[in-house]
Design a protein around this ligand. Structure first.
Ligand SMILES: [Ca+2]
Ligand SMILES: [Ca+2]
Length: 368
């Protein structure tokens, strides 16, 4: 594993687990086939283990980098260039019911259903795209964590035979995930891949800090989980999906998910075996696209599965934690393995994780 920043004091190992609550991590020799071994997509097990703790100095340095990049960008002479930031949609906030009392995956802390009130906020109508992230990176010189680490997790079904032949390890309980050297946002399936023809697809392989840095540059921020979930629900109450309770109204696909047998056969009946261009599927009642499916989306909150049933006002999640909450599921989600393409569904990753199905969108408190 490549070093990050002060390499003399930092050693990173990938740890591999079926569930974060199991936590027994094993690097496993690659199996000959991708037989199903678990009842989960395994993507929350994609962790970078810090064998020697990253020093606060390093963390601070990274944070400072983010601020410097953003400050530079804000003062750059590019202000007259077209604004490539995503269009914002104003949501009025108010009371809504967060979570569910009928959880699809109870251990994820989908329940209990509770009353939450939010102030009005603006949210980007679609996931941040490669084009937008490229503008950010070009203007600021920002280097993502996957680029610093030198690798990122990629779903094996998307890898070329050449890259596959270089792999030696997989995630023990989710062997369809592999750490791939040279995989990053510009090379989503490893060094021999490109985003050249996918500039309007969601950016992938971004860590939580990368997402936060982009939003800061765009003078926006990551949504809280509550904000994201209110946005997902599109004004509907007690519904599974952004558009209602039926997965395919009138036989139509409403999100980029997985059809077929996970993880061996994706029929791509919805038109996409990988990510899709943003806005390829219908918007929800708020005019927001791909709230479920396409790419998972980071939120600002730390992860916990315990929630108060008392009314909450602008909740921001726990004060601290080890993982951050992600929402919405991805193009890899199938009901048999990752029934998380629901508004109440949730999952988590360590903040330094990055993968070929994880992106983000930003929110704002004010009209830009
Ligand atoms: Ca699909
Ligand atoms: Ca999404």
């Amino acid at each position: 594993m490549a070093s990050l920043l002060n390499s003399s004091v930092v050693l990173f190992l990938l740890i591999l687990a079926a569930h974060c609550d199991i936590g027994d991590i094993v690097l496993e020799q690659r199996p000959q086939s991708l037989e199903s071994q678990d009842t989960d997509c395994g993507c929350q097990g994609l962790k970078r283990e810090i064998a020697v703790d990253v020093s606060d100095e390093n963390k601070l340095e990274h944070q400072d980098d983010t601020n410097i990049y953003s400050k530079t960008a804000n003062e750059s002479p590019h202000a007259t260039e077209p604004d490539v930031r995503t269009k914002l949609v104003l949501l009025q906030g108010g009371w809504f019911m967060m979570g569910t009392d009928d959880p699809g995956i109870p251990q994820d802390g989908e329940g209990p259903q509770r009353r939450v009130k939010l102030d009005p906020f603006y949210i980007e109508e679609h996931e941040v795209t490669n084009q937008q992230f490229q503008r950010f990176a070009n203007q600021t010189g920002y280097i993502t964590e996957a680029e610093r680490f030198g690798d990122s997790f990629v779903f094996e079904g998307l890898l070329s035979e050449e890259v596959k032949s270089t792999l030696s390890h997989a995630v023990a309980a989710a062997p369809w995930w592999s750490p791939v050297k040279g995989a990053d946002w510009k090379h989503p399936e490893g060094p021999d891949s490109t985003i050249e023809h996918r500039m309007n697809h969601p950016v992938l392989h971004v860590s939580w800090a990368d997402a936060q840095a982009y939003c800061h540059w765009a003078k926006r921020r990551l949504p809280t989980e509550a904000e994201w979930e209110l946005a997902c629900r599109g004004g509907l109450q007690d519904r599974l999906y952004p558009w209602g309770n039926k997965l395919m109204p009138k036989g139509q696909h409403y999100a980029n998910l997985w059809q077929g047998d996970f993880p061996n056969h994706n029929t791509a009946e919805d038109g996409y075996a990988n990510t899709s261009p943003v806005k390829s599927f219908p918007a929800n009642g708020f005019g927001l696209y791909d709230m479920v499916g396409n790419a998972w989306e980071w939120t600002a909150d730390w992860w916990s599965v315990h929630h108060t049933i008392e009314d909450r006002y602008n909740p921001k999640g726990p004060e601290s934690g080890t993982d951050r909450v992600k929402k919405g599921g991805s193009y890899m989600c199938h009901k048999s393995y990752c029934y998380r393409y629901r508004c109440a569904a949730r999952s988590q990753n360590t903040p330094d994780s990055s993968a070929s199905n994880l992106g983000f969108r930003c929110v704002s408190d004010a009209d830009p």
